[in-house]
Design a protein around this ligand. Structure first.
Ligand code: FES
Ligand SMILES: [Fe+2]
Length: 333
């Protein structure tokens, strides 16, 4: 008998956003769930963020509850063993001999583009690829929200190639593919243009999609007739077997051409004008995700899918995703 909702292997390899950088002050320690594990996320006094297994290798205290940052180390609340950023125990208050096995598990951690990212690979291998660093000088701070929901990063990312749902789920029309889907290792890109009735007009937007593994997608959005340019980030991070934290974040380009904006808005000071554009733009994409959420929450994974002409390159996407799974799990995706 097949399961009612067969599952994908829950933890594909990749970089996943665990926090916004601004939500993690120096000296803070937070208990988190990441890839089905209890971890701590903390920031040292010098500003380095780190993701570490939550349980102290000594006698198992959870360092997210009472653990403290000491300079560049994390100190366990139970017997005050201290661990450095690499997870090595570097200090025991009542013994100068440090057991060589006193090593906490660490996940490769880095910060880029306003996000704290942690890398997961079930075999424990170190990253062989990265997400790109963006020049953020002329871009607004991130506007962001998140949902904790049943789902899987492969399913949420598949939205980017599921052309049929743009019209049927989200109400876009005149969908054109401007650039074909191309892949390069863990990177996938494609570009679309679509229209959607907005404020009495059928507004055209262009979407250039940059997918870096299953946890990190950036969509460069351009609404030429309104002079709006934005970077939209869609970030799915597995928490438990069927549960993800789905983050949506947006940054708008600040050097917009005022002449293209509605005459009333162009009277606003530039900063207020950018906010007046970025907020509703973000609200529109948030609404799109809220249209997808009930589908993701209740759907089952179908492999192989029964595809129709006009579905988009779902088959090619399904081949591309295999690289993020172990050889054994590749049979299931
Ligand atoms: S359990 Fe952490 S120092 Fe003993
Ligand atoms: Fe969607």
């Amino acid at each position: 008998m097949t399961a009612a909702r067969p599952l994908l292997p829950p933890y594909p390899t990749g970089w996943y956003v665990i926090s916004l950088s601004r939500d993690l002050a120096a000296g803070t320690v937070k208990p988190m769930r990441f890839m089905g594990q209890d971890v701590i996320l903390y920031r040292t006094q010098a500003g380095q963020s780190n993701v570490m297994g939550a349980y102290c290798p000594h006698l198992g205290a959870h360092m997210g509850y009472g653990g403290t940052v000491r300079g560049e180390n994390i100190r366990c609340p139970f017997h005050s063993f201290e661990y450095n950023l690499a997870g090595a125990c570097v200090s025991i208050p009542y013994d100068s001999r440090i057991p060589p096995k006193a090593t906490a598990q660490v996940f490769p951690t880095q910060e880029k583009n306003g996000f704290v990212l942690a890398y997961y690979d079930s075999s424990g291998s170190t990253p062989t690829w990265d997400v790109p660093e963006l020049d953020r000088r002329d871009w607004t701070d991130l506007i962001a929200t998140h949902w904790i929901m049943r789902g899987h990063p492969q399913e949420t990312t598949e939205n980017s190639v599921d052309i049929g749902h743009f019209t049927e789920t989200h109400g876009y029309n005149s969908v054109e593919q401007l650039k074909p889907l191309t892949v390069d290792g863990p990177y996938l890109t494609t570009q679309y243009a679509m229209r959607r009735p907005t404020l009495g007009r059928n507004i055209r937007s262009e979407f250039e999609i940059h997918v870096h593994g299953l946890g990190y997608s950036q969509v460069d959005v351009e609404v030429t007739e309104m002079g709006v340019k934005a970077r939209l980030f869609v970030l799915a991070t597995p928490i438990g077997d069927e549960q993800i934290c789905l983050r949506l974040a947006l940054s708008a380009y600040q050097k917009i051409d005022i002449k293209q904006i509605h005459p009333v808005l162009s009277l606003l000071p530039r900063r207020a004008l950018i906010t007046a554009i970025a907020r509703p733009t973000f609200a529109g994409f948030k609404h799109d995700v809220e249209q997808d959420i009930p589908i993701w929450t209740h759907k089952r994974y179908v492999q192989p899918p029964i595809l129709a002409g006009g579905d988009g390159p779902v088959g090619r996407y399904r081949t591309w995703v295999k690289q993020f799974y172990t050889e054994f799990d590749q049979q299931r995706v």
